[in-house]
Write a protein that binds this ligand. Structure first.
Ligand code: PMP
Length: 358
């Protein structure tokens, strides 16, 4: 029996996609699974190209952008971005909105001069900076930000304006959750294991003029131009992950694309925040204008009940609601593949739990 899985990632995947992958596992094409064929075979190339074209269609990616399927997770991009976009020690602007932007900056400091163009410590990272508060400089190689902080549950309600300086976004936990104007970005990257597919693959969408600038010494598998020229097949790609991502992208199109995801995700998030706000037993610390649609952290007024809450939730088929180990509390991740019924079941459980323990 499948449960409602609120894991932050690897996360719930669409059931019809899992079923198709199961059905095709032993016999995909010619009596073999997709994991057992060459990445250079006609069959696999067709899978790879279809996945790219579906992603392009879903996000309306302009033709001037390259789409790369890379490895090393979003974490590899923390260093690939400076290696490709900046000379050694050049200045780059970073917005600090919490855990993941800080991890990104720590890695970037090995390669560039990181300038913190905004930081939200005064609110304990429960806010995002306003556009007017960004201390951006025209000489920055790029501006990096994390549109959705997976742990803090803080999401930018706007896309920063950076003028001629390329904007780089770690969209690991928000990509494909609603329509996006890709043309506002120089580069977007996202680990797959939330809204795209299984872990092991990282999608990079990069404006073509930002490729071909990798500094000397950049490993070739992290060189955007080399990856683009080889169709992301410079070496053996994670074929199963790519295939599976392709199934998820087709599912997204079938479900009505990102406009449909936006409607669903808005409704799910509103239902959950409304339940939290309606009660003094539960609380969410994030400012209302920047609450994440994907990751909803919450706490109990009686923290000593957290363990009981998690155990009873698990027993009720609501899995993985523990907050990140760095912050504790609870967190419900409600990505595209989390059905509205999952959120409704969680809200019902929360009401009942409060009735019994509140
Ligand atoms: N950035 C964000 C926003 C994330 O949520 C995560 C993973 N939870 C990462 C980066 C790191 O991703 P990976 O494990 O794929 O390197």
């Amino acid at each position: 029996m499948r449960v409602f899985n609120f894991s932050a990632g690897p996360a719930v995947l669409p059931l019809p996609v899992l079923e198709q992958a199961r059905d095709e596992l032993l016999e995909w094409q010619g009596g073999m699974s997709v994991m057992e064929v060459s990445h250079r075979s006609k069959g696999f190339i067709a899978v790879a190209e279809q996945a790219e074209s579906d992603l392009r269609e879903l996000l309306a990616i302009p033709a001037t952008y390259k789409v790369l399927f890379m490895q090393g997770g979003a974490t590899a991009q923390f260093s690939a971005v400076p290696l490709n976009l900046a000379a050694a020690g050049a200045p780059a602007d970073y917005l600090d909105t919490g855990h993941w932007s800080q991890r990104t900056m720590t890695e970037a400091r090995r390669f560039v001069s990181v300038r913190v163009a905004a930081e939200e410590s005064a609110s304990n990272y429960t806010t995002v900076p306003e556009q007017v508060a960004l201390k951006l400089s025209p000489d920055a190689a790029y501006v990096h930000y994390t549109p959705n902080e997976t742990i803090g549950g803080v999401e930018f309600p706007y896309i920063p304006e950076t003028g001629k300086v390329p904007l780089v976004a770690d969209m690991s936990s928000s990509i494909l959750s609603r329509p996006l104007d890709v043309s506002r970005f120089g580069l977007i990257y996202a680990g797959a294991q939330k809204n795209i597919g299984p872990s092991g693959i990282t999608v990079v969408i990069v404006r073509e003029d930002l490729t071909g600038r990798a500094r000397p010494g950049t490993p070739m598998v992290f060189d955007y131009r080399a990856m683009a020229e080889s169709g992301s097949m410079l070496n053996t790609p994670p074929t199963f992950g790519w295939y599976f991502a392709g199934l998820v992208l087709r599912w997204l199109k079938h479900e009505g694309g990102l406009a449909a995801m936006e409607r669903r995700n808005r409704a799910k998030a509103e239902a959950l925040y409304a339940a939290i706000d309606a009660s003094s037993f539960y609380s969410n610390p994030v400012a209302r204008n920047c609450r994440s649609w994907m990751n909803v952290p919450f706490r109990l007024a009686k923290p000593e009940l957290e363990k009981t809450f998690l155990a009873e939730a698990e027993a009720a088929g609501l899995a993985n609601l523990a907050g990140h180990r760095a912050v504790g509390g609870m967190r419900a991740s409600i990505y595209n593949a989390m059905p509205a019924e999952g959120v409704a079941a969680l809200v019902d459980f929360m009401r009942e739990f409060e009735r019994r323990y509140g």
